[in-house]
Write a protein that binds this ligand. Sequence first.
Ligand code: CUA
Length: 360
Amino acid sequence: MKRLLPLMAGVVLLLSACGRADLSTLNPQGAVAQEQFNLMKLSFIIMLLVVIVVFAIAIYVLVRFRRRPGDNKIPVQVEGNHKLEIIWTVIPLILLVILGVPTIQSVFALSQDYSKDPKAVVVNVTSHQYWWEFEYPGLGVKTAQELVVPIGTKIAVEAKSADVLHSFWIPALAGKIDTNPGGNVNRMYFETPAKEGIFLGKCAELCGPSHSLMDFKVKVVDQASFDNWVAAMKAPAVLPEDPAIAQKFQSQCLSCHAVGDMGGPAFPNLTGIGDRETVGGILVNTENPKYQNEGSTYDNLYRWIKDPQAVKPGNQMPKIDLTEQELAGISKYLAEYKLNYESETLANNDATDDSQESKE
Ligand code: CUA
């Protein structure tokens, strides 16, 4: 037994080094994710223990009690042996109690409702085919695709769906919770880590042809950046400088989308879209594109507006009839629509920079 301990410790260490900090449950960020990871470790250790002991006994018995040549005796029959039956009934019971007590404790602790806690940030999450809406009822702000939250804070999530079933999941921070249609609200909370970072969120419920493209980001920023962001979100809208482009943008885009205090609420809010890490949640904004789904913010916006269905099949955005000049003008305007609220570190984040993916 003593010799197994270093092995198990090694496996646990190995596991905790697995995965990127921005998207893996095995590299938890924040208190909620850490607690969920601890439960995983506990069940993994128990499982490993059972496997090792069972295999050791099985191998020992196979070798020690195999039939020798010339030995035709019937071995001692042990069926109905009370002592053995009690032992192999009690051991699993003990293991289940060891696993069950902390699991139940965590389940209740993690289902606390912090929506009335004045220190928590309340976010109403609404899922749509195939994008995420984030409304901050206490702050009077609504955004899409990027959940901006302050460091070291409890985030009370009230989740629902505008259409079909989806599931809200941020692997590195917490999760996951189903979003249901019909006014049914599911609650969960997570705690942001004590340092800034950008975390990948996913839809974890098959919801249509673009389910796998229904990504979002959680941007954890320092308190000053968060306050700047809220103020900038509430500032009056900025329209394109070119009056012809502005007119087109208002008539074609603002019927569904909003910027600042203008436009419609039905589809993703575009205020400060130039700051976001992605376009449409899936086209990664970067100055060093390496993969098919990467490009500059301008290129990604251009590609998306030109043919939204080619990027995310089945989404609700139609192809708009725009001249080349209008398409370029609107893409440029949106790419430059920044709120400039982020700190240096976060603003210089590059999603394709491999050093970001190293273990922390
Ligand atoms: Cu939404 Cu899968």
